[in-house]
Design a binder for this molecule. Structure first.
Ligand code: NAP
Ligand code: G4F
Length: 327
């Protein structure tokens, strides 16, 4: 029988990759999309006619109930969130409502209308926050450093509580940063740098305004990480898994490599550090250990750091009409 999946956050970076993967695997795919005054289906234009798009908002119980009733899913992937850490400091309540409490609304919809469905929660390495050990794995204590991180911790524990209380099949993927050309939101540092470098190469800008260049992240490729989400829900038991490359690089290294790919010398001349980009509390260093996912799910991140930077910068160079890189 054809399997059915419901994906929230369908218009986002991960939602678009995941729906492509599920279509390739023969699933009947339902994507939850919230109403915006101007629709933003850019990430899913190629597949919009192959999936069922359902109206729904993580803050509106009746729309979630209706979506779950209609989709009758075997698998639910909850990827919807206010996902930008920077904005979570400016909109802490909204972030708590969507990224934290919204997950409970969706869990309730599934509990009442599709209790046998398997549920994936998009948990985050941002939950580890101020880390006391390296690398971080499923046993690392959580010390979130942003309203976003706090909301994700709430959602993570809500999922575990529903798993224990109602015996539902609910799994957390604790994923480290993952990016992709063109589909990553403009405000995240990798995309911001890739776009900025291409604009400088095209003579449309001279500088990029950034924040903490010393922060380190474990950056992978989104296409690899949606494969992990899928594998997590195929595992015989519900469980929680870290997804990471195991390598950390600083924002400074990302910037250096991006300018190198574009063939622009002396990157320091083109980067300013501005207070407005510095967070009230920062996560300085994240590096994950995904050995549990490797051992139990056979998953491994494929795209390495330099390849990721190259993919992102070349895509932006092409967008400004500069074609292939000069690297
Ligand atoms: P993204 O590109 O920002 O996508 C977020 C999605 O959530 C968008 O489709 C957005 O819809 C939707 N959304 C926001 N508020 C909503 C609401 N109230 N109701 C329904 N939908 C809503 O994020 P992403 O990078 O794909 O990440 C996917 C998930 O993984 C998120 O939960 C994120 O927090 C988590 N995560 C991401 C990473 C990463 O590095 N990418 C790492 C760990 C965890 P609109 O298009 O309408 O805004
Ligand atoms: O790209 P970022 O905004 O990603 P961040 O905060 O790590 O969050 C992303 O990864 C999480 C997983 O750990 C996800 F859960 C979350 O949804 C999101 O996808 O910032 C990365 C680092 C930070 O340390 C930030 O302070 O880059 C630093 N940074 C320096 N200058 C900047 C900038 N970040 C942004 N966005 N913009 C800057 O100008």
């Amino acid at each position: 029988m054809t399997k059915r999946a419901l994906v929230s956050g369908a218009t986002g970076q991960d939602g678009s990759f995941l729906m492509e993967l599920l279509l390739k695997k023969g699933y009947d795919v339902y994507g939850l999309v919230r109403r915006l005054s101007t629709p933003n289906l850019n990430n899913i234009t190629d597949i919009a006619d192959q999936v069922h798009l359902l109206d729904g908002d993580l803050m509106d119980q009746s729309s979630l109930d209706a979506a779950v009733e209609l989709a009758k899913p075997d698998e639910v992937y909850n990827l919807a969130a206010q996902s930008f850490v920077g904005t979570s400091f400016v909109q802490p309540v909204l972030t708590g409502e969507i990224t934290g409490l919204g997950v409970v609304l969706l869990l309730e919809a599934v509990r009442h209308h599709a209790p046998e469905a398997r549920f994936y929660q998009a948990s985050s390495s941002e939950m580890f926050g101020k880390v006391d050990r390296e690398p971080q794995d499923e046993t690392t204590p959580m010390h979130p450093r942003s309203p976003y991180g706090v909301a994700k911790v709430y959602a993570y524990w809500a999922c575990i509580n529903y798993r224990e209380a109602y015996r539902m099949f609910i799994s957390n993927g604790i994923l480290f940063n993952h990016e992709a050309p063109l589909r990553r939101g403009m405000e995240f540092v990798t995309r911001k740098v890739a776009v900025g470098v291409a604009r400088i190469a095209a003579g449309k800008a001279t500088t990029i305004s950034l924040g903490n260049l010393d922060a380190k992240r474990d950056w992978g490729y989104a296409g690899d990480y949606v494969d992990l989400m899928y594998r997590i829900l195929q595992h015989p038991e519900p469980d929680d898994f870290v997804g990471a490359t195991g390598e950390a690089h600083s924002v400074r290294e990302f910037v250096e490599e991006a300018f190198r790919v574009a063939g622009i010398p002396a990157w320091e001349k083109h980067v300013t550090v501005d207070e407005k980009n510095i967070r009230p509390s920062e996560v300085y260093n994240l590096r994950g250990d995904a050995s549990k996912a490797r051992r139990l799910l056979g998953w491994q991140s494929q795209v390495r750091f330099k390849e990721l930077v190259k993919l992102m910068v070349e895509a932006e160079l092409a967008r400004v009409g500069l074609g292939k890189s000069k690297a």
